[in-house]
Write a protein that binds this ligand. Structure first.
Ligand code: ZN
Length: 167
Protein backbone atom coordinates (compact mmCIF):
# COMPACT_ATOMS: atom_id res chain seq x y z
CA UNK A 1 0.00 0.00 0.00
CA UNK A 2 2.74 2.43 0.90
CA UNK A 3 4.62 1.71 -2.30
CA UNK A 4 1.46 2.29 -4.31
CA UNK A 5 0.91 5.47 -2.34
CA UNK A 6 4.34 6.83 -3.14
CA UNK A 7 4.11 5.84 -6.80
CA UNK A 8 0.79 7.63 -6.93
CA UNK A 9 2.29 10.74 -5.39
CA UNK A 10 5.37 10.65 -7.56
CA UNK A 11 3.48 10.36 -10.85
CA UNK A 12 0.82 12.88 -9.90
CA UNK A 13 3.39 15.40 -8.71
CA UNK A 14 5.49 14.92 -11.82
CA UNK A 15 2.53 15.51 -14.13
CA UNK A 16 1.19 18.44 -12.12
CA UNK A 17 4.58 20.17 -12.17
CA UNK A 18 5.40 19.37 -15.77
CA UNK A 19 2.08 18.78 -17.50
CA UNK A 20 2.36 17.05 -20.87
CA UNK A 21 0.60 18.42 -23.95
CA UNK A 22 -0.10 21.64 -22.07
CA UNK A 23 -0.86 24.03 -24.93
CA UNK A 24 -3.54 25.12 -27.31
CA UNK A 25 -3.75 22.70 -30.20
CA UNK A 26 -3.26 23.99 -33.69
CA UNK A 27 -5.71 22.43 -36.06
CA UNK A 28 -8.04 21.31 -33.29
CA UNK A 29 -11.55 20.57 -34.54
CA UNK A 30 -13.07 20.00 -31.12
CA UNK A 31 -12.76 21.91 -27.89
CA UNK A 32 -14.56 22.05 -24.57
CA UNK A 33 -14.16 23.83 -21.26
CA UNK A 34 -14.65 22.18 -17.90
CA UNK A 35 -15.04 23.60 -14.45
CA UNK A 36 -15.12 21.97 -11.05
CA UNK A 37 -16.66 24.56 -8.73
CA UNK A 38 -15.97 22.45 -5.64
CA UNK A 39 -12.24 22.90 -6.05
CA UNK A 40 -11.92 25.71 -8.58
CA UNK A 41 -10.30 23.50 -11.23
CA UNK A 42 -10.56 24.69 -14.80
CA UNK A 43 -9.56 22.81 -17.89
CA UNK A 44 -9.85 23.28 -21.62
CA UNK A 45 -9.45 20.20 -23.80
CA UNK A 46 -8.43 20.53 -27.44
CA UNK A 47 -8.92 17.64 -29.82
CA UNK A 48 -8.17 16.87 -33.39
CA UNK A 49 -10.51 14.10 -34.31
CA UNK A 50 -9.88 12.24 -37.54
CA UNK A 51 -11.99 9.31 -38.71
CA UNK A 52 -13.29 8.68 -35.19
CA UNK A 53 -9.80 8.61 -33.76
CA UNK A 54 -8.02 11.07 -31.47
CA UNK A 55 -5.29 12.22 -33.84
CA UNK A 56 -4.01 14.81 -31.38
CA UNK A 57 -5.04 16.15 -28.01
CA UNK A 58 -3.87 18.86 -25.65
CA UNK A 59 -5.12 20.86 -22.72
CA UNK A 60 -4.79 24.09 -20.84
CA UNK A 61 -6.12 25.18 -17.51
CA UNK A 62 -5.43 25.76 -13.88
CA UNK A 63 -6.32 23.74 -10.87
CA UNK A 64 -5.09 21.46 -8.14
CA UNK A 65 -2.36 18.89 -8.63
CA UNK A 66 -4.84 16.07 -9.17
CA UNK A 67 -6.86 17.83 -11.86
CA UNK A 68 -3.74 18.93 -13.72
CA UNK A 69 -2.10 15.53 -13.48
CA UNK A 70 -5.28 13.81 -14.56
CA UNK A 71 -5.59 15.98 -17.66
CA UNK A 72 -1.92 15.53 -18.45
CA UNK A 73 -2.03 11.73 -18.18
CA UNK A 74 -5.32 11.68 -20.08
CA UNK A 75 -3.76 13.43 -23.06
CA UNK A 76 -0.81 11.03 -23.01
CA UNK A 77 -3.03 8.00 -22.75
CA UNK A 78 -5.72 8.86 -25.28
CA UNK A 79 -3.68 10.00 -28.24
CA UNK A 80 -4.38 7.60 -31.09
CA UNK A 81 -7.39 6.00 -29.41
CA UNK A 82 -10.77 5.62 -31.09
CA UNK A 83 -13.90 7.16 -29.60
CA UNK A 84 -15.00 3.70 -28.46
CA UNK A 85 -11.67 3.09 -26.73
CA UNK A 86 -11.90 6.48 -25.04
CA UNK A 87 -15.37 5.64 -23.77
CA UNK A 88 -14.23 2.26 -22.45
CA UNK A 89 -11.27 3.84 -20.68
CA UNK A 90 -13.50 6.52 -19.19
CA UNK A 91 -15.77 3.88 -17.66
CA UNK A 92 -12.79 2.01 -16.25
CA UNK A 93 -11.27 5.21 -14.91
CA UNK A 94 -14.55 6.34 -13.38
CA UNK A 95 -14.93 2.99 -11.63
CA UNK A 96 -11.36 3.22 -10.38
CA UNK A 97 -11.65 6.66 -8.79
CA UNK A 98 -15.10 6.02 -7.35
CA UNK A 99 -13.91 2.75 -5.84
CA UNK A 100 -16.27 0.65 -7.90
CA UNK A 101 -14.93 -2.74 -8.83
CA UNK A 102 -16.33 -4.78 -11.62
CA UNK A 103 -15.23 -8.15 -12.75
CA UNK A 104 -15.08 -7.72 -16.47
CA UNK A 105 -12.22 -9.39 -18.20
CA UNK A 106 -12.50 -7.39 -21.40
CA UNK A 107 -11.78 -4.14 -19.65
CA UNK A 108 -9.01 -2.10 -21.20
CA UNK A 109 -5.72 -1.68 -19.40
CA UNK A 110 -5.58 1.64 -17.62
CA UNK A 111 -1.82 1.85 -17.65
CA UNK A 112 -0.62 5.01 -15.96
CA UNK A 113 -4.18 6.00 -15.09
CA UNK A 114 -3.96 3.43 -12.29
CA UNK A 115 -2.11 5.99 -10.18
CA UNK A 116 -5.47 7.63 -9.50
CA UNK A 117 -6.77 4.59 -7.60
CA UNK A 118 -5.85 6.41 -4.38
CA UNK A 119 -8.40 9.09 -5.19
CA UNK A 120 -11.24 6.72 -4.32
CA UNK A 121 -10.34 7.23 -0.66
CA UNK A 122 -10.99 10.95 -1.02
CA UNK A 123 -14.49 11.44 -2.45
CA UNK A 124 -14.03 15.20 -2.59
CA UNK A 125 -11.17 14.74 -5.04
CA UNK A 126 -12.99 12.40 -7.42
CA UNK A 127 -14.28 15.36 -9.40
CA UNK A 128 -10.78 16.79 -9.65
CA UNK A 129 -9.69 13.54 -11.27
CA UNK A 130 -12.70 13.17 -13.57
CA UNK A 131 -13.06 16.81 -14.67
CA UNK A 132 -10.80 16.45 -17.70
CA UNK A 133 -12.64 13.27 -18.72
CA UNK A 134 -16.06 14.88 -18.61
CA UNK A 135 -14.65 17.78 -20.59
CA UNK A 136 -13.08 15.44 -23.13
CA UNK A 137 -16.36 13.60 -23.63
CA UNK A 138 -18.16 16.88 -24.21
CA UNK A 139 -15.52 17.79 -26.79
CA UNK A 140 -15.94 14.41 -28.50
CA UNK A 141 -19.68 14.94 -28.68
CA UNK A 142 -19.14 18.40 -30.08
CA UNK A 143 -20.98 20.02 -27.21
CA UNK A 144 -20.20 23.66 -26.76
CA UNK A 145 -20.36 25.57 -23.55
CA UNK A 146 -18.87 24.70 -20.24
CA UNK A 147 -18.98 21.33 -18.55
CA UNK A 148 -19.50 21.36 -14.81
CA UNK A 149 -18.66 18.39 -12.63
CA UNK A 150 -21.88 19.09 -10.81
CA UNK A 151 -23.72 17.39 -13.64
CA UNK A 152 -21.98 14.14 -12.68
CA UNK A 153 -23.75 11.28 -10.99
CA UNK A 154 -27.29 11.11 -12.21
CA UNK A 155 -27.98 9.26 -15.41
CA UNK A 156 -29.21 12.39 -17.07
CA UNK A 157 -26.01 14.35 -17.28
CA UNK A 158 -27.81 17.63 -17.66
CA UNK A 159 -26.02 20.67 -16.43
CA UNK A 160 -28.29 22.58 -14.11
CA UNK A 161 -30.22 24.94 -16.28
CA UNK A 162 -30.59 28.52 -15.30
CA UNK A 163 -27.02 28.88 -14.08
CA UNK A 164 -24.21 30.56 -15.90
CA UNK A 165 -26.32 31.36 -18.93
CA UNK A 166 -25.40 35.01 -18.97
CA UNK A 167 -22.08 34.47 -20.74
ZN1 ZN B 1 -9.15 19.93 -7.69
Amino acid sequence: MSSLGSLYQEVVLDHSRRPRNFRALEGANRKADGYNPLCGDKVTIYLRLEDGRVADISFQGSGCAISTASASILTETLKGKTEQEVEALFKRFHDLVTGETRDESDEPDLGKLEVFSGVSEFPARVKCATLSWHTLRAALKGQGGQVSTESDGSGQGSVGSGQGRSE
